[in-house]
Ligand binder design. Structure first.
Ligand SMILES: Nc1ncnc2c1ncn2[C@@H]1O[C@H](COP(=O)(O)OP(=O)(O)OP(=O)(O)O)[C@@H](O)[C@H]1O
Ligand SMILES: [Mg+2]
Length: 392
């Protein structure tokens, strides 16, 4: 598929003296993709979306939509937002205060000279879908924040844009309504096949919605991949830690931070460290299995001992805090744990559930592949063998 939206070498400085809000950003977004831009506050999500919308200029670089360059300082091209055929809902959604909900939603259609009956039918459909038809005669000032947010969504959706940009559009909704709106957005995406760019700092929201997630930190793209990729093959420690709740556990191998647990794991991994540059092992909480809960332990698994220090029910699942060789680990389970605080337990982790990272925080291949590498070679990036000796 031809990428529908392309960003090349995008830099954004709000002022010459400050750090860039967005740095060296290359992004290809395919037609019909549901892309979530995910990252902590201030990482450049809104800035990226506003540049794609045409509300903000990149300092350098090029943005293309379809075959058309819409922004390029170098080429002196700039296509204004209203000519980009995109619909957007931004963090600060401005509804027309002097128009009712119904009129707010119909407004975009009126601008497009759609006749009254068609306008009304289209607005009714979206208002019903988003569960706000009952507020149709109210003015925005008489609505709650969450209701206003849904009106802003309705107003954008009613004109059926082929590209939809949304910046935290569900932030004011309670948990149940948020989930319902997410399901509705997914349905709308399936029905309309629109390309959707959705900004959120909520990793769970991104995982549930996206076909592709772009994880950003400090203005830089950290990883672009499917939710499965991002969760199961995080490219670096930042991504590994940002996605997942409770967060991934790290066992540090660096000399000044080793614990008895890391010594035992290094022994298990047998010869991998230090020649190949493993600096830390990440273990997702659900990958830690308590032996007491039964089942076979694969003979390639890491098996350790720990003391249960706390059990925290979360309603339907449990977080178990363990201390293994003086190191705290969090495990999760979906079945009632048959252990209690103070118990000594055995736990195991399958070899393929160990995420290895080098000293720069970049992901390394798994244990088996590293074992096969000659001493003195280590992986610099995924699948690229470098001859740099990490121990030197
Ligand atoms: N108009 C502006 N003038 C100067 N600096 C700005 C402006 N807008 C954003 N910034 C800075 O650019 C960086 C990125 O901001 P941006 O709004 O893109 O972050 P964000 O990822 O959307 O964060 P949040 O999740 O809090 O909305 C921040 O450091 C911010 O302070
Ligand atoms: Mg923002």
């Amino acid at each position: 598929m031809v990428p529908r939206i392309t960003l090349r070498g995008i830099q954004k400085y709000y002022s010459a003296s400050s750090a860039p809000a967005v740095k060296d950003l290359d992004l290809d977004i395919d037609d019909g993709e549901f892309l979530c831009i995910l990252g902590p506050s201030g990482c450049g999500k809104t800035t990226t979306l506003r540049m794609i919308a045409g509300l903000e200029h990149p300092t350098s670089g090029e943005i293309q939509v379809g075959d058309q360059v819409v922004d390029s300082v170098e080429k002196g091209v700039y296509v204004p937002p209203e000519k980009r055929n995109m619909g957007f809902v931004f963090q600060s959604y401005a509804l027309w205060p002097h128009l009712t909900v119904q009129d707010n939603v119909e407004f975009g259609l009126e601008l497009r000279n759609v006749d009254r009956a068609t306008r009304k039918a289209a607005a009714d459909e979206v208002l019903n879908k988003l569960g706000i038809a009952k507020y149709r005669d109210r003015y925005p000032s008489d609505l709650s924040g969450g209701q206003q947010q849904r009106v802003a969504l309705a107003r954008m959706l009613v004109v059926q844009p082929s590209v939809i940009l949304m910046d935290e559009p569900l932030s004011n909704l309670d948990a149940k309504l948020r989930l319902e709106m997410r399901a509705e957005l997914k349905r709308i995406h399936l029905e309309t096949k629109a390309t959707i760019l959705f900004v959120t700092h909520d990793q769970w929201e991104a995982m549930t919605l996206a076909s592709v997630i772009a994880v950003m930190n400090e203005g830089t793209l950290q990883q672009l991949g499917s939710p499965d990729d991002i969760y199961n093959h995080p490219r670096n420690r930042f991504v590994a830690e940002f996605v997942g709740n409770p967060p991934i556990n790290f066992v540090e191998f660096a000399a000044d931070e080793t614990s008895a647990l890391s010594t035992s794991m290094q022994k298990y991994m047998d010869g991998v460290r230090p020649g190949h540059g493993v600096d830390a092992v990440g273990i997702r909480p659900e990958s830690i299995r308590l032996l007491s809960s039964g089942g076979d332990t694969p003979n390639t698994a890491y098996v350790g001992q720990a003391t249960v220090t706390s059990i925290m029910p979360t309603g339907g699942s449990w977080i178990v805090e363990l201390v293994a060789n003086e190191q705290r680990l969090f495990a999760t389970t979906n079945t009632v744990p048959d252990v209690k605080a103070g118990d000594n337990v055995m736990f195991w982790v399958e070899q393929e559930s160990l995420h290895l990272f080098d000293g720069n925080g970049n992901r390394l291949p798994d244990v088996d592949m590293l074992r096969e590498l000659p001493e003195g070679k280590y992986y610099r990036e995924q699948n690229v063998v470098s001859s740099v000796d990490h121990t030197a």
